[in-house]
Write a protein that binds this ligand. Structure first.
Ligand SMILES: *Cc1c(COP(=O)(O)O)cnc(C)c1O
Length: 402
């Protein structure tokens, strides 16, 4: 079938919930994707911060093949070895702090959904039936299910789906007074991203981090959504390590499965004790196949120098982007942490135009709000690949800013 015929078929058979244009990829290797017509693209999207070892990574291919040939799924009514091993690694490593228990899910939304349920049960059992409210931040993104959409501080996404779930409340990012003022006797938790991904690559300020610690000392649960920032993306396994925070609940997905659908929420023993037999469940979450892949990802991050590479490549990429900013005058600010990078453009430049121009240069990048372009290469990206991306991105920005 020609690409046009395939896309026509896709438009008739699939919901029109995504604006995919003519982008249809059939294979990948490392940081490269090949489309249906054999054209190669440099992929700095990585399935939206997901394929942290790139495409068709041999260790992942090996783990998937072996585990699929051994045992793919048994359901959670039985123990399975890969999930026990991965859970132990996630909470035993140095960065995990007092996180002690893991629940595996299939996606970021499902991980956050579980975290919100856990916070509610904790709030009710510790502070009474009315303690169920969770405060989140404006421009946050926590998922598309009803509970996580309600937690997402973006009114555009709520429209047409109201009423939202009771107990969702928003405070402006980095406004300590407003956050403190939003807390009531009904509040059980605050849910934040350390660096907002979809919302424009906005990091928590030092002052706001202090406020989060104070509220936690006052008895509120601190939930950190590490779905995008976790698994080494920012240069440490968990991004909260760099903010000096000690969360009560943490959620993961995206990078955790490296392209296989895998999510998780983790909690301290004290909080996890409020979830008992029958309180939460999933059929597929944490199955042997998914967690076998997760083990490979974890081992690569912790043992193959991936964190060091992430820091070095981030520095290189930022330096190159700064040169593009100086040369074109089109860039307002470089944002982000590690290889979660946001390029904020000045008012007259739209992210969509930069993304289209990059696509013409055979470079894939994604937006984070209308004026920010996100660069999310795999964590094993090489120095030469970063240089190549900078050449292509520079050409695209120059074209758009003329
Ligand atoms: C992507 C994302 C989610 C939702 O994850 P899905 O797997 O798409 O459900 C939640 N929170 C953050 C911070 C994300 O970046």
């Amino acid at each position: 079938m020609t690409t046009e015929d395939l896309i026509e078929l896709g438009n008739s058979a699939l919901f029109n919930t995504y604006n995919r244009g003519d982008k249809l990829f059939v294979s990948g290797k490392g940081v490269w994707l090949t489309n249906n017509d054999g054209v190669e693209y440099l992929d700095f999207v990585s399935g939206i911060a997901t394929n942290i070892l790139g495409h068709a990574n041999e260790k992942i291919v090996d783990a998937v093949s072996k585990q699929a040939a051994t045992l793919m799924h048994t359901s959670n009514v039985y123990w399975n070895k890969p999930s026990i091993e991965l859970a132990d690694k996630l909470v035993s490593c140095k960065g995990a702090g007092s996180l002690a228990k893991v629940f595996f899910a299939n996606s970021g939304a499902e991980a956050n959904e579980g975290a919100l349920k856990l916070a509610r049960k904790y709030g009710k059992e510790v502070n009474g039936e009315n303690c169920f409210e969770v405060i989140t931040l404006t421009d946050s993104f926590h998922g598309r299910t009803m509970a996580t959409l309600s937690a997402t501080g973006q009114p555009d996404m709520h429209k047409d789906f109201e009423p939202l779930l009771p107990g969702a409340k928003y405070a402006p990012l980095n406004d300590s007074d407003a956050l403190k003022a939003a807390v009531t006797a009904q509040t059980c938790a605050v849910l934040v991203e350390t660096v907002q991904g979809e919302g424009g690559i906005n990091a928590l300020s030092d002052e706001f981090v202090q406020t989060l610690k104070e509220l936690q000392n006052d008895g509120l649960l601190l939930i950190i959504d590490e779905v995008q920032t976790g698994m080494g993306r920012t240069g440490t396994l968990y991004s909260f390590e760099q903010f000096g925070l000690q969360p009560d609940i943490v959620t993961l997905a995206k990078g955790l499965g490296g392209g296989y659908p895998l999510g998780a929420f983790m909690a301290t023993d004290k909080v996890a004790a409020h979830f008992n037999s029958g309180d939460h469940g999933t059929t597929l979450g944490g199955n042997p196949l998914g967690t076998a892949v997760g083990n490979v990802i974890f081992d690569e991050i912790m043992e193959a120098g991936l964190l060091e590479n992430t820091a070095a490549r981030a520095e290189q990429l930022n330096a190159g982007l700064q040169q593009i900013a100086d040369k074109t005058g089109a860039i307002a600010e470089l944002k982000g942490l590690g290889l979660l990078i946001g390029v904020e453009f000045k008012d007259e430049v739209q992210a969509a135009d930069v993304i289209a121009a990059s696509y013409d240069e055979k470079l894939l990048v994604v937006p984070a709000k209308h004026n920010v372009v996100r660069l999310l290469p795999p964590l094993n990206v090489t120095a030469a690949e970063i240089d190549e991306a900078l050449v292509r991105f520079g050409a695209a920005v120059e074209k758009v800013s003329k």
